[in-house]
Each structure stands twice: as C-alpha cells, then as structure tokens.
Design a protein around this ligand. Structure first.
Ligand code: FNR
Length: 343
C-alpha cells in the first residue's frame, strides 16, 4: 500500500511516505532532533519569515540554474550533505545517493560515519562526478591524517571539517554515541594550520553558528564555511542557518568581505524557494540531508532522482517568477527580510 513515486509532488511528501514504511528505529534516527526539536522545526519555518520582492518584465525565456561550487560545475545549487548510517534506510546505503547525484550532476558529501566504506562510495562514482569528504576529527591525529590523505588520493575535491561543541550526533541514540566517541572534543582554531599542512584540498568548516565565527574562519584562512546547526540535532534553541546568514550578509558587506570565502548553509531546505532565499543572501549553495534519506528509504535511487528533479522543476519556475534568469542575478534586493529581523 505504498503510494506510487509519481504521487510525491514535493520533498515533504517523501517524509510522509518514509514515516509509514521505514523501520521505527531507523525513522527515529533520521527524523529526530535534539531535546524539544525547536531548532529542527525552526530550520524550515524560518524561511517562511522571508518574502520575495519579484521583478516583472525581466526576460526569463531562458533560465540557467547551473552554478559552481568550489570550482566544480553543478546543475543546481544544492549538494547532498553528509548524513551517517545510510543503510538504516536502504540496504545499499550511501551509494544510492552517489548514483542519484551523478544522474543530476550535483555533489555528494561523503560522511565519516557512512554505512558503506569510503572506498565503496568513491568506487560508485561515475565519470567526472565530484565528491567531498565530511570529516569528524579523530582524537588520534595519525588516523585523521591517513583519512584525509586517502580521500585526497581518491579524488575528493574538498574537506569539510564538522566542528561542534563536543559530542556528535544526538545523545539519545546509544549506537550513535558509541560510534562517535572517537571524535576529538579538544579540536580548536589552533588546529587549522595543521589541516592546511596535510592537504591541498580546500578546507571548509561545517557547523558555524555565529557571525563572529564566520569572521574568525576568514581570519583562519579556510576556503569556506557551512552555517549549520546539524539539522537541529545538537544544541536545541540555536537559530536557523538562514537567520544567521541574513545577519552575516550585511556585516560581511560592511567589512568588504563579501565573496571572500564560499558560504553554504544547510538545515530545513525543502523547497527551491528556500534555496533561492539562501542564494539571494549570498550563499554559494545549500546542503540537503533528510529529504534524500527519506526518498532513498522509501523508493531507492528512483526516489532520490525524483526528489532532485522536483527541486530542479521548482527552481526553474521560481527563478522565472522572481524575474532572475541566471544564478548571478539573485541578490538581496529580491527579498524582504523585515519579518525575520522583527523576530
Ligand atoms: C546528520 N548530519 C551529519 N553531519 C555531519 O557532519 N556528520 C554526520 O555524520 C551527520 N549525520 C547525520 C545523520 C542524520 C540522520 C541527519 C539527519 C543529519 C547533519 C547533516 O549534515 C545536515 O547538517 C542536516 O541534515 C541538514 O538538515 P536537513 O536538510 O536534514 O534538514
């Protein structure tokens, strides 16, 4: 009694189906957030406090939604972000996401805590498909160095270091805690030069949650940041990434730092209008997590392909209706963020 894939008209529909068909424990791991899940809900609802200011009489006959991320060409400005334990949702795990990412020419970020081995996920790559590595930093820096060197050798194009206040993944999960106990809680800004010394990959910090830390990241000489509260799975009642981005954009402009590093956001992105808002505020792209896990769990690779196609269709329509034909046409003048700032 599973609804046919064609009955999924948007990314939320995959969540509805996944809740019905997934194993209860797997569903709980994918869908949950920390504490009262206030941040998790806010991640999506914050987008509803931003309004568009569409422009009329713009030639939108030809729409081009392609862009670049860290120098790689992509068909649409989102990437598949790193999420642990893909086999909880599908027996083939993360390689399902690899196949769909190839189909749609988007980038996949490989998680440290994948169910498939790192090499399996790299081996599933086709053609000139681009992958990034998400790194949890091991207390044993020799292990960390080996992981990074291996990823670089196997062609990963960027290193995303997940930075968080200590424990990774949510505390309610015994298994998650067990597999994340290797993560080094002493990781600090002082370690950035060491990472730069062990790799030529661009280095990005994933998990920035304040404007001050964006400036700090620029000072530290990293190549980019991901503003993220880890899908609302860590400290509850932290703000949404889009809200921090809205605060950061004018602050960066005021200091002449606009465009100095690539800024990404993740958390709660479910609609192309969410992607458009992030790009108008200066993000180079966005990461999407749970929706692809749900699509994969319910329908396998066809589901993820369909989810990505829905986003592409929405994106083209959104650009047309806003009055922007190219990604470079997206800017803050197309948004009204007063409700966001008003609380
Ligand atoms: C995550 N996330 C995550 N992040 C990370 O750096 N390493 C990891 O191992 C994981 N694992 C993980 C598992 C699951 C089930 C989820 C849902 C999330 C966080 C992830 O990269 C991203 O920040 C959020 O998923 C983005 O929010 P949405 O798109 O899921 O709302």
């Amino acid at each position: 009694n599973m609804p046919p894939l064609q009955a999924c008209y948007n990314l939320m529909d995959f969540e509805t189906v996944a809740r019905e068909v997934m194993r209860k424990t797997s569903w709980a791991y994918y869908s949950s957030g920390a504490d009262d899940e206030i941040t998790m809900r806010e991640n999506h609802s914050a987008f509803h406090k931003i309004w568009f200011r569409p422009r009329i009489l713009v030639d939108v006959e030809q729409i081009d939604i392609s862009t670049t991320m860290l120098g790689s060409k992509v068909s649409i400005p989102f990437y598949v972000t790193a999420t642990a334990l893909g086999k909880l949702g599908h027996p083939e795990g993360e390689v399902v996401l690899t196949k769909a990412a190839h189909q749609h020419n988007v980038i996949q970020m490989i998680p440290t805590l994948a169910s498939c081995s790192f090499d399996e996920i790299v081996d599933a790559r086709q053609g000139d498909q681009v992958q990034w590595l998400q790194l949890y930093v091991n207390k044993d820096r020799n292990i960390t160095q080996r992981i990074v060197a291996h990823a670089e050798k196997r062609g990963c194009k960027a290193l995303f270091i997940t930075a968080s206040g200590g424990t990774a993944v949510d505390r309610s999960q015994g298994a998650a805690r067990a597999i994340s106990s290797f993560i080094d809680p002493s990781l600090s800004w002082k370690d950035i030069p060491w990472f730069k010394s062990i790799t030529t990959m661009p280095i990005l910090l994933k998990g920035i949650q304040s404007v001050d830390d964006i400036f700090r990241a620029i000072d530290a000489g990293v190549d980019g940041v991901v503003i993220s509260n880890h899908g609302g799975r860590q400290l509850d009642t932290t703000p949404s990434a889009i809200e921090i981005l809205a605060e950061a954009a004018p602050a960066l402009r005021a200091r002449g730092l606009e465009g100095r590093i690539e800024i990404y956001i993740d958390g709660g992105i479910r609609r192309a209008t969410d992607i458009l808002k992030a790009l108008c505020l200066g993000a180079k792209g966005v990461g999407i997590g749970r929706p692809f896990l749900y699509a994969m769990s319910a329908y396998g690779v066809n589901g993820v392909n369909h989810a990505m196609q829905l986003l592409k269709d929405e994106m083209e329509m959104g650009m047309r209706l806003i009055g922007a034909s190219h990604i470079k046409d997206l800017n803050a003048s197309l948004l009204d963020t007063r409700s966001l700032q008003g609380g």
